[in-house]
Structures are given as C-alpha cells and as structure tokens.
Design a protein around this ligand. Sequence first.
Ligand code: PLP
Length: 385
Amino acid sequence: MSRLDSLHAALDELDASHLRRVRRDLESPCSPHAIINGRTITAFCSNDYLGLAADSRLADALAEGARRWGAGAGASHLVCGHYAVQRELEERLAAFVTCERALVFSSGFMANMGIIPALVGRGDAIFADRLNHASLIDGMLLSRAAMHRYPHLDMAALERQLAGSRAKTKLIISDAVFSMDGDIAPLRELMTLAERFDAWLLIDDAHGFGVLGPQGRGALAEADISGERLIQMATLSKAAGVSGAFVAGEATVIEWLMQKARTYLFTTGSPPALAHALLASAALIEASDERRAHLAALIKRLRSSLAQKRWKLLPSRTPIQPLIIGSNADALALGDALMKQGLWISAIRPPTVPAGSARLRITLSAAHTADDVDRLTEAINRLED
Ligand SMILES: *Cc1c(COP(=O)(O)O)cnc(C)c1O
C-alpha cells in the first residue's frame, strides 16, 4: 500500500468504528445561543463556564489592549518578547490564588508539556490519575520519568505505588476537576500523601479556576490547601474566557520553570493584548458571585429533572455533567437526534474516554437560562422513553 492509501484505510477504519470527528463552523461568537449553517441552536458543549468569552467588556479590553500593545509579541519572553502588562497579569494571578509567583504560558497544553519535564526526568517517578488530561499524559511521556498510573481517584493504590518507589524525585499529578467526568480529585488526601512521601504535587485546575472556591479562586482555594510542594496550573481559556494558562507556586519553583520549561523558552511570547484582556477577565471572575450562583442553580436543575432511566449522569457537582450512553454509535445517534431539535451536545468517544463509556458531555454555563436547561432535559427524557 502507498503511504496515502494506508492513511485512507486508517481514516475508513475511524468511520467504521464511529470515531471520525468533524468540526462545525460557528457563524456567531461563543455563546450557548450559537449560529451554525444560518440556524440558531442551543449549545451545551463549551467550557465558557461564566459566559465571559464573548462578553463585550472583555472584547473591549482586548481591542483596547491591541491598540495599546499591538498585535504580536515579536520574540520569546526571555529574548525580548515580555511586556509590563504580562508582569502585571502574573502578579494579579499569583495574588488571586494566594501563591508567591505565577508564570503565564500560551496555552494549557503547552504549560503541562513544559512543567512536567522541567521537574522530573530519567531516574525520577511520576504518579498520575488514569483519567488525567491528555496534556498531562504527554508531558509525562516527554519527561522520560518512570510512570505509575493509578486507578481514578484511588488513594490506596497511589499510596502503595509511592511506598514502593525508590525514585530520587517523585511527582504526583492530578486534574482537580476531571474534564470528561466532572468529578473532583481528593485534593487534601493528595496533599497528605505528597507530604508523607516527600513528593511534588502538580494540580491541573483547568475546570475549577473561576468556578470553584471563594470568588472563583479555584479548587485548591476551595479545599484550602497550600504549601511549597504544591504547584497549581490553570487555563485562561475556559472560565476566564480568553486564552493562555498559568502555573503558580513558591517563587523558587516558578523561577526554575521559567528557566527550564521548553514550551515557555522556545515559543514566541503570547500577544500582550491578551494579558490586557485577561486583567479585565480576572476582575470579572472575582466579581462574578452572581454568575456562579446562577450556574450552581442550573446544575441542580439539570440533575433533578433528567429522568435517567437508561442513560445515567455521572456524580458531579461541577458544570461538567456527563450522560453515559455506552457505545460510540448510540452516543452519536443521540447527539444527532438532539441536534435535529436544535440542541448541541458533543458526543465524547474513545480515546478521549475509556471504550464502552461514550457519553454526551453536557456542560453548563452561566450564560444558559433555566429555559435552555428545561428544553434539554425534556428532549433527552422524551428520547429515552
Ligand atoms: C483544556 C485543558 C487543558 C489545556 O488547556 P488549553 O489552554 O486549552 O490548551 C489542560 N488541562 C485540562 C484538564 C484541560 O481541560
């Protein structure tokens, strides 16, 4: 077979197992009320939990940032592509999550790919929840440290793995809120184990930042844990509504990451206009208690009104509310049936989730109304009968 023929055959195989993905082109800004092919639909699939991505105050801040700072950074941060507004953003974020220092990356994926190999290498060991995000898995592979993956949330298994390791440096890694399940890691237990076995603890709070904790300070603020071995990262592309990510912790740790994280060193600095917009976003997140209360009410409403006769919701108190369907084909068919009624929920299939657990990943946003949620639950309940 020629090279192209073998790719064709592999793509056909994706089709046959209902794993081929398609993109839909949005014709409107990010909102639960989106336009696709000229038709308005109600979307339950973005991570824009506070409804800030298309907020006019953020759009204005981005435009103002572009007028003040231009479009591009011109170079990597350590050469000549770092701007005063970015220092200001890092100080703001560090104070917000009560850490000594923060470092902003261009994306969450790049942050995780940079942080992990900067902390551990050959001869060291990583202990990671099996359902961690792909960027954590890839960062782990890149580090060349020994990998121990423990069953989801299984602290007893983690403890056994830590006790059995003689590695020089140990690093425990977990999502705070699991992106495809919506449940929350036992953060206090993780910290206790990290202390007992003298390990670093890296927590990815992509889905907790802006949503959980007082003023949206995140899952770690909610769990009230801190310490020099704790390193937290969060994206600025989800609840924060813009783009980028940050890592925060003890000042020496952050200085080390700035010196060594290759995805920070060898990439062009992110546009300073984004930092200007993100300063506005930080202020909006802090002042969004009402949005968070509305979001919590929507989560409660969804969970209490879905009949769950055949398709069950996973236990989750976050805006990520997965409805487990089972087979890839069934999840796709249900997604299609809902789309016909103007309701858009993405069907999540392997390898993003384990085989046999294809699901509709319902995500809620403060920009949804109670009526949006009612239309969704009524449609799913009718299809389930
Ligand atoms: C989305 C996500 C990332 C990647 O962040 P981006 O800024 O989108 O690159 C990393 N970790 C988790 C848990 C995520 O959900």
